[in-house]
Ligand binder design. Structure first.
Ligand code: IMP
Ligand code: MG
Length: 185
């Protein structure tokens, strides 16, 4: 943690730039996605798998608006450290608590950038034989189109900039912002 004495050190955490998605836009879109998910999974039970930590606010807002019965589980993976570019190396820091065989799984992500993290997770989860496996990502960036990810639900397509807020961090900071902003370095 940064010492309080000495004030803000420029360059360490950057600062909050222009807002890309406002709190109102986020919340309205999440309500729409929740309605879509509820309709698509009508009559089934859902297992929502969140990827820590970036997706936590999105999942919390999403599942409270989903009308089909759902359970929650979480995975933690590391692909970034505090750098702003994908390393391509994915490590599972925390695995699921429950088996997913035969379950209808919705994998919820904060952002798909290169898609490397997600393609690894998809393969890993698919090998556990869920009844179905779909992806829901709050944000996407242009890079992911190269990997042709079968993303069923997308909140917003963003330009290729590093963003913070609503769960997304830079060096663990700014997750608590209720909106999505560009990071200013
Ligand atoms: P990918 O493997 O390049 O798709 O990166 C996916 C992960 O990198 C996300 O789940 C985020 O944790 C992180 N990430 C990618 N872009 C951003 C960003 O703009 N802000 C914060 N985290 C990001
Ligand atoms: Mg992150």
């Amino acid at each position: 943690r940064r010492a309080r004495a000495g004030g803000r050190m420029s360059g360490d955490y950057g600062s909050i730039g222009r807002t890309l998605v406002s709190e109102e836009e986020l919340q309205a879109r999440i309500t729409e996605i929740a309605a879509e998910v509820s309709a698509d999974y009508e009559g089934r039970e859902l297992l929502v798998i969140g990827v820590l930590k970036g997706a936590i606010f999105f999942i919390a807002d999403l599942v409270r608006r989903i009308s089909v019965p759902c359970e929650l589980d979480f995975m933690a993976v590391s692909s970034y450290g505090s750098a702003t570019h994908s390393s391509g190396v994915v490590r599972i820091l925390k695995d699921l608590d429950i088996p997913i065989a035969g379950r209808h799984v919705l994998l919820v992500e904060d952002v798909i950038d290169s898609g490397l993290t997600l393609s690894y997770l998809l393969k890993n989860l698919a090998s556990r034989k869920p009844a179905s496996l779909e992806i829901c990502s709050l944000l996407t960036k242009p890079g992911h189109k190269r990997l042709k990810m079968p993303t069923r639900y997308i909140g917003f397509d963003l330009p290729d900039v590093f963003v913070i807020g609503y769960g997304l961090d830079h060096a663990e900071r700014y997750r608590e912002l209720p909106y999505i902003a560009e990071l200013e370095l």
